[in-house]
Design a binder for this molecule. Structure first.
Ligand SMILES: C[S@@+](CC[C@H](N)C(=O)[O-])C[C@H]1O[C@@H](n2cnc3c(N)ncnc32)[C@H](O)[C@@H]1O
Length: 267
């Protein structure tokens, strides 16, 4: 690929992500969307995509975040699976939104049901491989988050990443409690958090923890206009790096005036 072609591919990807941020109803901090795209790009160089590929989202709603993930999967024609109880929206709406943003939704498969009734074999059968990315954003309770993280542990490939939404949302203490309980539990000997960005906590397997942890500075340098990057420079290294469940993590805070893209129905 020539430099011009690489730039063109990058531009198309950026346009799709901007579309999801602006046009799809749901909840997503802009900075988390760009961090996700950055991490998924780094992943393609550090994970064997013939063994570990595709993504799962627990709790899709209308596909705002799943659309960003789907964009990142398109380059290598990877599959995405979405689980939701679909009581407030339909699977058709979800597929339609992913298609509007990405031009197609051929490799998206949706399943209706409570994630607490799912088992790991069914997910692996549906995906065909161990996923490289999982978004945990379904039931915002201790039990829901603990359950979805346990499933994630069972299915995630080495070098895979789990993003737990609303980890630092004061309105959802059960999410924080569930994630911390899981990460500290004896069930979990494999997953470590490495960065929190706005509302999301990003976790990976022990095997790739250092790779992703060390890439965060690069993300901030490459994205100086993001609110988290600007705020990061106003804080000391010891403020920006904290310990969580025995792991060092980067804390990318969101600040007053950060761009929270919440689009309501009809707006
Ligand atoms: C906060 S929304 C997800 C937002 C979405 N990830 C986005 O990017 O806009 C939570 C979703 O989880 C679904 N949900 C809630 N409890 C669930 C459960 N036990 N199993 C599966 N889905 C669930 C809801 O129907 C809702 O669509």
């Amino acid at each position: 690929m020539t430099d011009a072609q690489i730039q063109e591919v990058k531009k198309i990807k950026e346009d799709k992500i901007k579309f999801a941020l602006k046009e799809i109803e749901g909840w997503l901090w802009e900075d988390s969307a760009w961090l996700t795209a950055f991490l998924m790009e780094i992943q393609t160089k550090n994970v064997d995509l013939s063994n570990v590929s595709g993504a799962v989202e627990f709790g899709t709603y209308k596909g705002k975040y799943l659309s960003v993930i789907y964009t990142c999967l398109q380059e290598h024609s990877e599959v995405a699976i979405g689980y939701d109880i679909f009581t407030i929206n339909t699977q058709e709406q979800l597929k339609e939104n992913i298609k509007k943003a990405n031009g197609e939704s051929d490799r998206l498969f949706c399943f209706k049901g409570d994630t607490k009734r799912l088992n790991s074999d069914d997910i692996l059968k549906a995906l065909g491989k161990k996923p490289r990315f999982i978004s945990v954003d379904a039931e915002h309770t201790f039990e829901g988050v603990y359950n979805d993280l346990l499933l994630s542990l069972q299915i995630l490939g080495d070098g895979g990443i789990v993003a737990v939404d609303d980890f630092t949302n004061v309105h959802c203490p059960g999410v924080t409690e569930g994630a911390i309980a899981f990460l500290s539990s004896t069930h979990n000997l494999k997953l470590k958090p490495f960065v929190s960005c706005c509302n999301k906590l990003f976790i990976t397997t022990e095997s790739h923890y250092e790779i992703y942890f060390n890439e965060i500075e690069e993300f901030l340098c490459k994205n100086p206009d993001l609110n988290v990057s600007k705020y990061h420079t106003t804080r000391s290294d010891s403020q920006n790096k904290q310990k969580l469940c025995r792991a060092d993590i980067h804390v990318l805070s969101h600040v007053k005036g950060a761009n929270y893209h919440m689009k309501k129905a009809g707006s």
